[in-house]
Design a protein around this ligand. Structure first.
Ligand code: SAM
Length: 330
């Protein structure tokens, strides 16, 4: 029994992410012409920009997750068979459309057979309405678009949107089984989602993924806050509490090590985590860092680092071999 009132607060975290992406896109931090179309009407006229600290954080996080997902999609594994992406708690994420555009610009062949996004039904219903009502979204889906389950689901040749509570694994796995082919290299993507689930649900999800999908080429990428035991973390938890949002994992929030260990414990053959601060310092190409540094003046460099030291990307592969996600990052 999970309190339903906090589910609404959990869903609202996606609006935060959306507003941040729209802000970062409007200033040129990231290339995302789609997010602004997903803003709810009440926020559409808002010209509010997020502070530079948040824009830089959004940029670094988006860059890191994009980098890993792109690497998965371009790796040699699954050549000829295709790839699949399963995005948990996708909310208003626009990565599918951004990548479709990027592949077109680069002249790359789109080998991702299916991209599936899962979220609460309130979130999928409004995303299904936006997608089916806008040619810019609809035209990238590879053919006929069908709305299902009373408007809460959407199916198309390349993309599906499914309403499911991630705490109910049997429902999730049975609704995915007609859509995803377990013999194709599959990426589990969880961007800022697992922290909202009870640790036992996260563990069940990761075990299920590792046991269900082909080892060769399958991988996971997640983005999560961690290390909230320190003073900064306590402030973050208090801020969430004022929005009626408690982190189920709060007493034992992950550490950088436990983020990758939970993949190994679930049966992944390799896993790594880096904080977003480490990514900005050591992985983000210098030209890209210099480009975004020029967009706005930032006075809160120390605060930026403090925030980015509490978020991480984690990636892991189910099987060894070539094309392991993250080998360029590591
Ligand atoms: N992945 C998107 C991003 O990074 O921009 C959205 C992140 S948002 C912080 C968290 C998302 O997880 C929300 O869309 C929320 O509805 C979803 N979520 C959290 N708990 C969930 C659950 N039990 N079942 C389905 N979705 C859930």
């Amino acid at each position: 029994s999970v309190p339903q009132s906090s589910d609404a607060a959990t869903r609202s975290t996606d609006t935060d992410a959306l507003v941040s992406r729209t802000s970062a896109a409007s200033l040129g931090y990231i290339l995302d012409p789609y997010s602004c179309h997903l803003l709810p009407p009440s926020l559409r006229r808002s010209t509010d920009k997020r502070p530079p600290l948040i824009n830089l954080g959004t940029h670094a996080r988006t860059w890191a997750v994009d980098h890993l997902v792109r690497q998965f999609l371009l790796s040699g594994e699954g050549k000829g068979k295709g790839k699949q992406v399963l995005s948990l708690g996708a909310g208003t994420d626009t990565r599918f459309w951004r990548f479709r555009d990027e592949w077109e610009r680069q002249g790359w062949e789109w080998e991702c057979r299916k991209w599936v996004e899962v979220d609460f039904e309130e979130a999928t219903a409004s995303k299904a309405r936006s997608i089916s009502g806008k040619l810019a979204f609809k035209s990238k889906l590879g053919g006929e678009v069908k709305i299902a389950q009373g408007g809460t689901a959407l199916h198309s040749p390349l993309y599906s949107l499914l309403p499911t509570d991630l705490r109910s694994l049997p429902t999730l796995s049975s609704s995915l089984s007609p859509i995803l082919d377990p013999s194709i290299p599959t990426l589990l993507l969880a961007e800022c989602v697992l922290i909202y689930l009870p640790p036992s649900s996260t563990s069940d999800l990761l075990h299920w993924f590792a046991e269900t999908f082909v080892k060769d080429g399958s991988a996971a990428v997640s983005y999560d806050p961690f290390g909230l035991q320190d003073n900064f973390g306590q402030v973050m938890i208090r801020n969430l509490a004022t929005r009626n949002l408690s982190l189920p994992a709060a007493p034992t929030t992950p550490t950088l090590n436990s983020l990758s260990n939970r993949l190994i414990d679930a049966g992944f053959s390799s896993a790594n985590s880096l904080s977003i601060a480490q990514i900005r310092e050591g992985v983000l190409p210098k030209e890209e860092a210099a480009r975004v540094a020029k967009i706005e003046q930032i006075d809160e460099v120390e605060e930026l680092n403090l925030v980015l030291q509490h978020y991480a990307v984690t990636w892991g592969s189910l099987g060894g071999g070539e094309g392991e996600v993250g080998e360029v990052v590591g």
